[in-house]
Ligand binder design. Structure first.
Ligand code: PGA
Length: 253
């Protein structure tokens, strides 16, 4: 599960708001079975909250970890509809996505809220995957580094050094999510290297070990080229994680 750079290699499926008990059972069993043949890569799926118990039931003892797609920034209390990080820990989650662009766009999540969520995840002993990325308009305006740099800086400002050492990042250009348009491996590598350099300027130890995943229309046909890049440590896979065969090809890349 470790790259030549000594970093953890991981492919995480982001099911988004898809699934049913019946469809999940087939998918989880196929992924668990296929992952046995992929000892080089960490494999995880982030399912909707109601299905976390099913993930625990069907994945416990398998090489596949599971996680959630969001979490409350609060620990407990009168926050109707929210789910707290310790609850996710009780269901065996290993990972929690925070700040996915769909949360930022449709639920008005700010950088500060995203980092507060990451802190709750860390306090619960789980790994936050902090997602960041620019829109097409921002890329075309030459603002990619300014945008992702600002998103990252809030995490660098608010998390302690020992917390940063346990964080994972996911670079997901908004224009590549669910659109079939992938960043080229060079475009993705350039942003990953930029992010790692920015972490390095504050915390060299964390920069060396921090996995940075790429997400946005990763498919069986383009995963190997993306994952071969020096600073790309794996992927966050949306649509293609719903088909076991495709997801496993990506995990094997
Ligand atoms: P996609 O989604 O692979 O369907 O583009 C990725 C994501 O949103 O995490």
């Amino acid at each position: 599960m470790v790259s030549t750079q000594g970093r953890k290699r991981l492919v995480i499926g982001n099911w988004k708001m898809h699934g049913s008990l019946g469809a999940n059972a087939a998918l989880l069993c196929a992924v668990a079975d296929g992952a046995k043949g992929l000892p080089e890569t960490g494999v995880a799926v982030c399912a909707p909250f109601p299905y976390l118990a099913q993930c625990r039931e069907l994945l416990a003892g398998s090489p596949v970890a599971w996680g959630a797609q969001d979490v409350s920034a609060h620990l407990q209390g009168a926050y109707t509809g929210e789910v707290a990080a310790p609850m996710l820990a009780e269901f065996g989650c290993g990972y929690v996505l925070v700040g996915h662009s769909e949360r930022r766009a449709y639920h008005g999540e700010t950088d500060a809220l995203v980092v507060a969520k990451a802190a709750r995840v860390l306090e619960a002993g789980l790994t936050p995957v902090i997602c960041m990325g620019e829109t097409l308009a921002q890329r075309e305006a030459g603002e990619t580094e300014a945008v992702v740099g600002a998103q990252l800086d809030v995490a660098l400002d608010l998390l302690h050094a020992d917390q940063l050492a346990k964080v994972m990042l996911a670079y997901e250009p908004v224009w590549a999510i669910g659109t079939g348009k992938t960043a080229t491996s060079e475009q993705a590598q350039a942003v990953h290297a930029f992010l790692r350099g920015r972490v390095d300027a504050r915390n060299a130890a964390a920069a060396k070990t921090m996995p940075i995943l790429y997400g946005g229309s990763v498919k069986p046909g383009n995963a190997a080229e993306l994952f071969a890049m020096q600073d790309i440590d794996g992927g966050l896979i949306g649509g293609a994680s719903l088909a076991a065969a495709d997801f496993l090809v990506i995990c094997g890349a």
